[in-house]
Design a protein around this ligand. Structure first.
Ligand code: 8Y7
Length: 283
């Protein structure tokens, strides 16, 4: 089968993106803000991934470095130890399409060798050596916009141009850098990076204008699950943000998102499929 614009080759897996898909979040950090440390044990990680796949997740996103606001950075070695064993077991036991949430060239290389199918880099391959590692992996890469580093990014985010222009400009520049380094355009996905150096107002406007990113003609991935933009608008603690998140999921599908990165897979799959039915069948 040959790849076309609505499918993405992810190692041994072909990901059909002719309709919107759900990516389930699997944190292997001891300090992840919403399910802190519970999935560190390999067996727990395996069971959690298995459940998300059975609920309809197409991709499992494994992350070993917490990028929540204020998080401290960790060494590549520490990150590699956390992530490698999980990637390996999900590939071997579940034949899952595993995405690795990392900015580290070493983690990219090792994960690709272990059978990962996608790289999800919140730093858009800006770390030294990351572009070359991504090219060498042969895997698709999600390039995300952010301003600042997790440590300080939410302190006082501001932009000199409208947020959607700043994001589109940054992503276009990163796409050009990737192409110049030999990463094929048909291996790239884009993400506006909700919550990464953005106020609530920035996030809301960016979602409303998500279509501004469609000009780059690459699949869009979005992640808003349980994020503080929901907490702030609705005044909800993290464990009560699912209904608000489902509203954002539906809206992002309507605005063109093709991959939804979420914690709560079953309800999100329903929200995505219901929204898609209206868009596709209801014309
Ligand atoms: C995103 C992400 C996080 C996102 C992509 C959280 C790793 C914070 N958010 N990756 N990662 N997009 N592509 O709340 O929005 O999950 S971490």
């Amino acid at each position: 089968m040959t790849a076309n614009s609505s499918s993405l080759m992810c190692g041994r897996h072909r990901l059909d993106l002719s309709y919107p898909r759900v990516m389930g979040i699997l944190n292997v950090t001891p300090d992840s803000f919403s399910d802190g440390g519970r999935h560190v044990a390999l067996d727990d990680a395996l069971r959690h991934a298995e459940r998300m796949l059975s609920e309809g997740a197409a991709i499992i996103d494994v992350g070993g470095e917490s990028t929540r606001p204020g998080a401290a950075s960790i060494s590549s070695q520490e990150e590699l130890e956390r992530v490698a064993s999980v990637v390996e077991v999900l590939v071997r036991e579940l034949d899952a399409l595993v995405s690795v949430d990392t900015s580290s060239p070493e983690v990219m290389r090792e994960s690709a060798a272990l059978g990962a199918g996608m790289i999800n880099d919140v730093r858009a391959l800006e770390r030294e050596g990351a572009l070359a590692a991504a090219v060498g992996s042969g895997l698709p890469v999600c390039l995300m916009h952010r301003q600042g580093e997790p440590r300080d990014m939410q302190q006082a985010p501001r932009y000199d141009v409208p947020i959607e222009e700043a994001v589109a400009e940054f992503l276009a520049e990163r796409v050009a850098a990737c192409e110049a380094a030999g990463l094929r355009r048909d291996r790239l996905l884009l993400d506006p990076g909700f919550g990464f150096g953005k106020t609530v107002e920035h996030n809301l406007r960016l979602l409303n204008r998500l279509e501004c990113l469609a000009d780059l003609e690459l699949p869009l991935l979005v992640g808003m699950s349980r994020k503080s933009m929901i907490g702030k608008v609705l005044d909800r603690p993290v464990e009560e943000r699912l209904p608000g998140g489902l509203a954002l999921t539906a809206l992002s599908v309507e605005r063109g998102a093709r991959i939804l990165r979420v914690h709560d897979v079953a309800p999100s799959v329903d929200a995505v499929n219901m929204t898609w039915a209206v868009l596709e069948e209801g014309c």
